[in-house]
Design a protein around this ligand. Sequence first.
Ligand SMILES: [Zn+2]
Length: 427
Amino acid sequence: MSPLSTARQVSPQKAAACRRTPKMHLRPSALRVSFAPMPDPLPALSAAELARYSRHILLGEVGVEGQRKLVAARVLVIGAGGLGSPAALYLAAAGVGTIGIADFDRVEEHNLQRQLLHDTASVGETKTASAARRLRATNPFVRVVEHREGVTAENALALFADYDVIVDGTDRFSARYLNNDAAFLARRPLVYGSVFKFEGQVAVFAPGPAGNCYRCLFPEPPAPGSVPGCGEAGVLGALCGVIGSLQALETIKLLTGIGETLVGRLLTYDALTQRFQTLKVPRHAACPLCGDQPTIRAIVPANYADAAGETSTVAMSDTDFPLEISVVEVKQLRDANPAGIVVIDVREPYELQICALADAEPIPMRQIPEHVATLPKDKHLLILCHSGARSRRVTEFLRDRGFNAVSNIAGGIDAWAEEIEPGMARY
Ligand SMILES: [Zn+2]
């Protein structure tokens, strides 16, 4: 089951019911309450700005007034990746005065298939630096602020309070809950987008009577390891362009007050059939964040351990088998007792063609659930992937299912190539 179909509101019955639901007509003024105060008066536009933004200004609904709102606006884009790229590029081109880019990652070659903020020369650079350079080149009138530490449970509230609208382009569930909760508590609208294989979603979560939140859609995070991310499942790059552009569009509508935003609604898109659906998703009275009796009233870092993409600080197992072992230890185990271990390589077949351990058993991550019953419980399972992230999720998945003798190989085959087998091909 894809994560996009787990929302209770997206069942076919519900979708049919929603298609019969009359369109919502939200008063733009109802949305303004959650914005940081705009400067008064709004900044004047220079001759150069009037010329640059003339195709906005020609639209009667936007006009000079709307463009001045965009120039005064501050938007935080979380994740300079597949969604953040088109979103930030369109927002910069549109003249949004201040754009914050929050990302802790560096550009990798496999990002370039969809992350248009970065180019080949950016590989190895921090994503914020690469993104900032590109956005400034797109529009020198825009002030770009780099947040290289990304969004963390420690900084989220203060960071969000400094912006008018938050655009969520992250691809991890834990980060989405953090972004959702912090945006709600900071009283800022959050423009949510996600993609998975050929499907995409967009919604606007805003505090207020018409609003809802991500927890209303997805009350529970998926079980660790049960849902692969883009890194494991793949994603069509142009689909990111569609969803990220829609996020930019919703942001511009929020800032200028034009049209009907997706507040209280969920837009779903199927790229294979070219079908859009808009579903009305009401606020859930029992939602722990935006419901009638909320239990989430502050950001408690322990509740978002994996949000920044770091390895969560899970304690060592109470068995004799560590949760993580180094490649040096793996080599020692292979040399000392090869019959007592099984290395399971959870990478994809194309990755195995680049490099692999001869004695490893290949089972792609997404096929692990169906192989659980056949995995030996009397051997020490060593889980391997490229860098140690996927294998960590598989390790936790198997431990949750009663496997104690299972360890994640820290750093993955890349660490193996670096430390143990220097002649091995790397990617
Ligand atoms: Zn909610």
